[in-house]
Design a protein around this ligand. Structure first.
Ligand code: SAM
Length: 367
């Protein structure tokens, strides 16, 4: 009998089974232990050290860093962050490689699609993109169809099993995007489309477009959107220079994008968003930022180094709201975001949380 992906109308994500599943659950367990046990314990040691030395808590990553690094537990903490991540990717590569026909199925056109897939094999990929392996994923998210599936499967484990239904992407749309009549929405760096799909549900009359540099990501995004009955155009373009006409969109959004690109690129992306928006249009990004809690901010900046996200420290030093103003936007603001259920935190106060978690923020600005 032919494998399911040979006959199904859409490419299907391989499902880890048996020993592979057990192995991946083990790596998830290691990651959860790291986030829920090792992180609070490290913080306890850090606070203990400060109390003994009668020093106030530093408010910057730069000041907190040397103190954290002086703790013997820190090197084990770092090891426990990096190695389960590597174990996870290797096993997912095996799962996808051994899943007959899965990668090839992404190249087959979807019959009678609702949306569109536009690939540009001549698109030049920036060096920052091809020379590093983001999140330590071998081959990045762009070098083959397999990588898109590996990334999709890995994203669930990276989010510690707490975003399997893509809750925080929905919360972003439901709590941080004002309810307006958007005619055209652009999701920059849409990956495999999990950040794009909620816009179709929330704004069914809008034309929704997702762009990304990665052809494999876009193919998977297209297959998944079609499978779920969502009309989206996925197009291979660089968010720094999209090629769309001035004033083509009323909402330009990006999720988990600007921490992955160098600072000159962040500036160009914001300028490009300004150019693409009609007057009265909205920029809305969901990403990470410093919180003013030195320990937490250092752990995030250092997470960038440990997890091959080299531009994270730059983002933590950058005034993103200021960049929006410089590009011409008004009413630029940055608000904390709670990915567990509240979404946008309108009073601007970060919740105190003992476990490791990302310092989410929403950046919004009006054209
Ligand atoms: C962490 S992923 C986020 C994907 C998606 N927004 C989500 O929330 O799942 C970052 C994405 O940025 C894309 N990317 C990086 N640089 C880009 C650029 N200059 N233009 C378009 N996409 C880019 C990568 O291919 C990757 O899919």
């Amino acid at each position: 009998m032919a494998p399911e992906t040979q006959t199904a109308p859409y490419a299907l994500t391989p499902e880890p089974r048996g020993e592979d599943r057990a192995y991946l659950e083990f790596t998830l367990g290691l990651k959860q232990h790291w986030a829920r046990r090792l992180y609070p314990r490290l913080r306890e040691r850090y606070e203990g050290l400060l109390a003994t030395a009668r020093r106030p808590e530093p408010s910057t990553a730069e000041a907190a860093g040397p103190i954290v690094e002086s703790l013997p537990e820190y090197s084990f903490f770092g090891w426990m962050e990096r190695n389960p991540q590597k174990m996870m990717w290797r096993r997912l590569e095996k799962v996808v490689r051994e899943s007959a026909g899965a990668a090839e199925a992404l190249d087959r056109p979807v019959e009678r699609p609702l949306g569109r897939l536009e690939l540009d094999p001549d698109l030049e990929l920036p060096r920052y993109y091809t020379e590093g392996e983001f999140h330590i994923q071998p081959g990045g998210v762009w070098s083959g169809n397999e990588n898109a599936f590996v990334y999709e499967l890995g994203a669930k484990i990276v989010m510690l099993g707490e975003n399997d239904e893509y809750l925080f992407h929905r919360l972003f749309v439901e709590t941080a995007i004002p309810k307006r009549e958007y005619r055209a929405i652009l999701d920059l760096a849409c990956g495999f489309g999990k950040s794009t799909r909620p816009f179709v549900d929330a704004f069914p009359r809008a034309e929704v477009v997702g762009i990304d540099l990665s052809g494999p990501n876009l193919k998977l995004a297209h297959h998944q959107a079609e499978r779920l009955g969502k009309r989206i155009t996925f197009s291979q373009r660089n968010a720094e220079a999209t090629g769309y006409q001035d004033g083509s969109f009323d909402l330009v959004t990006a999720t988990m994008f600007i921490h992955e690109i160098p600072m000159p690129s962040v500036r160009r992306v914001i300028e490009e968003a300004y150019r693409l928006l009609r007057s009265g249009g909205l920029l809305a990004f969901l990403d990470f930022h410093r919180t003013g809690d030195g320990f937490r901010d250092f752990m995030m900046v250092a997470h960038g180094a440990r997890n091959n996200e080299p531009y994270m420290p730059h983002l933590f030093r950058t005034d993103v709201v200021g960049l929006c103003r410089e590009a011409g936007f008004s009413a630029a603001e940055m608000l904390p975001f709670d990915e567990r259920g509240a979404g946008l935190i309108a009073d601007g106060v970060w919740p105190k949380r003992p476990e490791w978690h990302f310092p989410w923020v929403v950046v919004r600005a009006e054209r």
